[in-house]
Design a protein. Sequence first.
Length: 182
Amino acid sequence: MSLPSRNLVPLIIALMFVGSLVAAPDAWAQDKHKYFFKAPPGVSKYTQQQVIDVGNVPGHQLRIYELHTKYTTEAPVYDGIKVVEAWAHGVSDYTNGSGRSMNYGTSLLENGDKIFSTTEVLMHTVVGPDGSRKSRFNTVVTLTSGTGRFKGIRGTLRGTGATDFKTGTSDAQTEGEYWIEK
């Protein structure tokens, strides 16, 4: 038996590597789940807020907040399990209602499991001629972990909506995909 020529050694190593990938597809592939949810109005309320005026330009404020969402019949669903309530604890840096915010989220599911996330928010507020404000947001939610059945959850969700800083969010719609790592 003769040894392969030196020119064939890299090819043999590459074929062995590719063969190992084909032999273990479960290690590389995860079942991806599509996600879509349109929140009914009035389910989210700010339960705590503290606002500090920065003072460098008019309307520049830092804010910490807690947002609580209680779902009834219409609720987000992960892998067939409904979310019953969610909490977001965050901080915003807005000038006249426009700017960035980020929060840490906890979703409690009907089976007792939890899903944890981080959310980046871009807020844009327009002041009308009558002084009224309309605030719209775009979000990117990163699912970071969970408990129980959702321990290995990962994913990215994108959303849009409106908010009244005193009461809560409305017209919120979120879509994306997630998977549960084994």
